[in-house]
Design a protein around this ligand. Structure first.
Ligand code: MGD
Ligand code: MGD
Ligand code: SF4
Ligand code: MO
Length: 825
């Protein structure tokens, strides 16, 4: 069979989304290589991307909507039936219990966020208010800290950092920044650069490190506090930076002075001299960048540890210079909200500057968008003669008007300080708009009148990925209605009333909002490389059909806007904003409206990019300097139109903002641009550290890290077990000393027992783990055609092991025991 010429796409397996060139044979992704033209990855891929056909050509893809019958069996139904029945049942839940009882989970994984942005319109159509995704079991603690400190998301410049610090992060396997492996190798090879790794396991990254602080699992807060204690004791702080750019440093430094460095070193099991050496490297390095990830975010003290990590680079002034940390632009805030960027002082027409200033200050105060503000914006727009075109439209008002368009789903956002929302039943803190994952089952398995009654689940597999799968399954079964949108019949789909088959990520136009780079930030809209598998639909089409069936947008409005769109973008912009002014409720339905009206004027395969029209304008209006430096300029809406066109046509991605290092201060979301480094709630926890005994548990002598990233793990994106070249069952890693004591060797089978459950697994004896520490990979234990390979980690985790502030689970700290020999079973 002949291949098609290579088509550009991207990898869907981790947040890097490396650019790919794919040759298709029939419906197979026959040949895959890195795209050298790609704005982010420049040709790089890891080995996993080359095996993506195991995802695309999975033989058990869903090809028809399924409805569960009273006897538990599933019937194939046609799309019209599925849409009308689901719309009726969702509306019934809304009308009986209220739209806020319909809970949304997911909206995109590592490769597909575009569909999720349309899910927000379905939420609006139903009056749903509660939502979450996997970020609320990893990043919400960090987001909460970020919100308190400076109101943005930070990223390190590891390519140039003289000192690179990885805390509970194994980028060799998990990546997380562009071209991770070559960058790690370069740092390791350069005698003038230092890599510090804090990890209980001697990971592939730790093998390359100059300093490996091999902490006892779950004790990072002590290790980080000791590092900070040394910085203070040896006066390695950047006092000028603290005086010029922060508030509250006296209190923080006073607290750090109390650290008993020797005691804390003992508690975390690391030699004090090694901690001092690491602290000196950080304190004296020309440039330092740090990366924290699941090793601390899913372990005891996680939110405190995030804070202590950030203090490492703030107290040493490692910000806003090459090789250090930066806040960055966003094309669309994918959780929480985006704000206009403060001007770096570039001249621009004064009316526009004034409008921007008003909007910026409103955003700083988090003033909600009122109907009257919108009417005023549109009145101003309407006063512009159409002939003068988009270039003249009032910019500041539009930023406000377009803001809700950018509130998509599935990525990293900012937690707003103050006014924290809580969940309706248990009162758990909602951070960046996300309900803590560990609270979801508790919000359902109760008689409380405000419990969730229905759940919409898209592009995720929570019955596998959330803590304590048993309780989550029970929660799904307790709901009145569960709808799952997926490409495969997953562990979660088995508990759904309806399962809707989605086109794969290579069969539709897609993108992610994992756009976290600085000083050049990039976005990549992928075109499909294949037609949708017969029987499937894209998510934007599914959402659109459902919202049409719910009849929330008058047909006349849609018809008018379609006519305007055919007449051109100028006419469309005016008509769109007039429609929104007349009916402000339309704003939250904007993704749907854009898909139905602007969408048909776009190239057919890119119709789902319609929502990006709003995001491009918001980005251009909110951050005109950065966007202009990227080459998109012009007054009013002109820059946004150019950016949107560049996104539509840039098959290898687009650089949407170009900044200079000092510009990163413009992203600090504080009126005085100072970092607020005193966080009383965390300083209180910090002060209690010395009194908190290090955990030990007689019945469960091991600490199990349930869910480690390895060469052949990729969450649950692949269901075809054949994709794994090695470690097909994902062995339990055990230290040789422990293995000897247990009398087991590599390949033997043992039973891991935790409070929540138990599982059989093969053993791999390795001195890369500490005695007493055992690890299992993430993403295994899914069913492939009736066969399950490996252990599903969340059969072993419990709901209540979680961070008291963010509610994030301690997947890396599961008390466990090992039983051998295995009784005959
Ligand atoms: N190959 C591969 N790459 C992936 C993924 C995948 O499934 N497979 N998933 C992607 C996703 S969704 C994410 S969120 C990222 C996650 O990326 P990482 O956070 O790097 O992944 P993990 O391996 O889960 O955990 C990181 C490290 O934490 C260490 N650790 C365990 N306990 C502790 C502790 O108590 N303290 C410290 N300091 N460290 C500890 C582990 O030994 C491990 O090396 O990876 C992404 N990349
Ligand atoms: N114990 C433990 N639990 C963990 C972790 C851990 O380390 N340990 N890690 C956590 C982390 S960091 C994360 S990010 C989560 C990940 O877990 P989830 O958030 O549940 O996400 P994935 O496993 O990536 O699931 C992706 C789903 O999307 C489906 N899919 C693929 N393509 C498409 C598409 O185009 N459309 C639709 N509609 N569906 C599609 C796949 O079939 C799959 O069911 O797991 C978390 N759970
Ligand atoms: S898994 Fe991540 S690093 Fe590897 S090719 Fe895919 S996107 Fe790139
Ligand atoms: Mo993740």
């Amino acid at each position: 069979m002949t291949s098609t010429p290579a088509q550009k796409s991207a990898c869907i397996l981790c947040e890097c989304n490396c650019g790919l060139e794919i040759e298709v044979q029939g419906r197979r992704l026959a040949r895959i290589r890195g795209d050298k033209d790609h704005v982010g990855s420049a040709g790089y891929t890891c080995e996993k991307a080359l095996r993506l056909d195991y995802y695309q050509s999975y033989p058990h893809r869903l090809t028809s909507p399924l409805r569960r019958e009273p006897d538990g069996s599933y019937t194939e139904i046609d799309w019209d039936t599925a849409i009308s029945e689901i719309a009726t049942r969702l509306a019934a839940v809304r009308d009986t219990h209220g739209g806020d009882k319909i809970f949304f989970y997911g909206g995109g994984g590592q490769g597909n966020h575009l569909g999720g942005s349309y899910a927000t319109a379905l939420q609006a159509a139903l009056g749903a208010r509660y939502y979450s995704n996997a970020l609320a079991q990893e990043k919400t603690g960090e987001m909460w800290v970020d919100g308190k400190l400076y109101g943005g998301h930070t990223k390190g410049d590891f390519e140039h950092a003289q000192v690179a610090v990885f805390i509970g992060k194994n980028p060799w396997q998990s990546h997380g920044f562009p071209r991770a492996r070559p960058v790690l190798r370069q740092i390791a090879a350069d005698p003038n650069r230092t890599m510090i790794v804090i990890d209980p396991r001697r990971t592939e990254t730790a093998e390359l490190a100059d300093i490996h602080l091999q902490v006892r699992p779950g004790t990072d807060a002590y290790c980080l506090a000791a590092l900070l204690g040394v910085l203070v004791e040896e006066d390695l702080l950047d006092h000028d930076f603290l005086a010029a750019h922060t508030s509250g440093s006296e209190t923080v430094v006073a607290a750090l002075k109390t650290v008993d460095i020797a005691d804390f070193s003992r508690r975390c099991g690391v030699d004090e001299e090694l901690i001092r050496a690491a602290a000196r490297a950080i304190g004296t390095g020309e440039s330092v960048a740090t990366f924290e990830d699941l090793g601390i975010q899913q372990a005891p003290h996680s939110t405190l540890s995030s804070y202590l990590n950030k203090l490492l680079w703030i107290l040493t002034g490692n910000f806003a210079k090459p090789g250090t940390m930066a806040l960055h632009s966003v094309l669309a805030a994918v959780a929480g909200s985006a704000a206009p960027v403060r001007s770096g002082g570039t001249r621009r027409p004064s009316a526009m500057a004034k409008a921007r200033k008003a909007v910026t200050s409103a955003a700083m105060r988090a003033v909600p968008l009122g109907a009257s503000a919108l009417s005023a914006a549109v009145a101003a727009l309407a006063a512009q003669p159409v002939s003068r075109g988009l270039a003249d439209l009032g910019a500041g008002k539009l930023v406000t008007a377009l803001a809700p368009l950018a509130g998509g789903m599935g990525g990293i956002g900012v937690s707003q300080p103050g006014g924290a929302r809580r969940t309706p039943v248990t009162g758990a803190r909602i951070i960046a708009g996300l309900v803590p994952c560990n609270s979801i089952a508790e919000e359902i398995l109760t008689d409380h009148p405000d419990r969730f009654r229905a759940m919409w689940i898209d592009s995720v597999n929570p019955a596998h990925s959330l803590a304590d799968s048993k309780s989550f399954r029970a929660a799904l079964d307790a709901l009145d209605l569960v709808v799952v949108v997926d490409v495969a019949f997953t562990e979660t789909a088995k508990h759904a009333d309806y399962v809707l088959p989605a086109a794969s990520q290579f069969e539709k136009c897609e993108a992610t909002f994992f756009n976290f780079e600085f000083p050049h930030n990039t976005f990549h809209l992928r075109a499909p490389v294949l037609e949708p598998l017969p029987g499937t639909l894209t998510e934007p089409e599914i959402y659109s059909r459902l919202i049409t069936a719910l009849r929330v947008v008058p047909e006349t409005t849609v018809a008018r806007l379609r006519t305007a769109a055919r007449a051109g973008r100028n006419a469309f912009a005016l008509a769109f904003f007039s429609a929104v002014a007349a009916d402000p409720g339309l704003m939250r339905l904007a993704p749907y409206v854009l898909y139905e009206t602007l969408g048909p004027t776009l190239p057919k395969q890119l119709r789902a990019a319609a929502v990006l029209w709003g995001a491009a304008h918001l980005c251009a209006l909110g951050n005109p300097d950065g966007v202009a430096r990227a080459g998109f300029r012009g007054p009013g809406l002109a820059a946004g139109e150019q950016l949107f066109d560049a996104i539509l046509h840039g098959r290898s991605g687009v650089t949407f903002t170009v900044d200079e290092w000092p510009d990163t201060w413009n992203y600090v979301r504080r009126p005085d641009r100072r970092m607020t480094i005193e966080i009383p709630e965390l300083l209180e926890v910090f002060t209690g550290l010395a009194e908190t005994p290090v955990r030990t548990d007689g019945e469960y002598p091991f600490v199990l890290a349930a869910g480690e990233r390895r060469s052949f793990t990729a969450n649950t994106i692949f269901r075809d077990a054949g994709w794994r070249r090695r470690d097909g069952e994902g062995a339990l890693r055990v230290n040789p000393e422990d293995a000897r004591e247990l009398g087991v060797t590599t390949g033997d089978r043992v039973r891991v027992v935790t409070e929540a459950g138990s599982a059989l697994t093969a053993v791999e004896v390795t001195d890369t783990v500490r005695p007493g520490h055992i690890t299992l990979p993430n993403g295994l234990g899914t069913e492939d055609n009736g066969r399950v390979a490996g252990v599903a980690p969340n059969e072993l985790t419990s709901l209540h092991h979680r961070d008291p502030i963010a509610g994030t689970p301690w997947h890396k700290y599961v008390p466990a025991r090992i039983e051998v020999p295995v009784p005959a079973e």
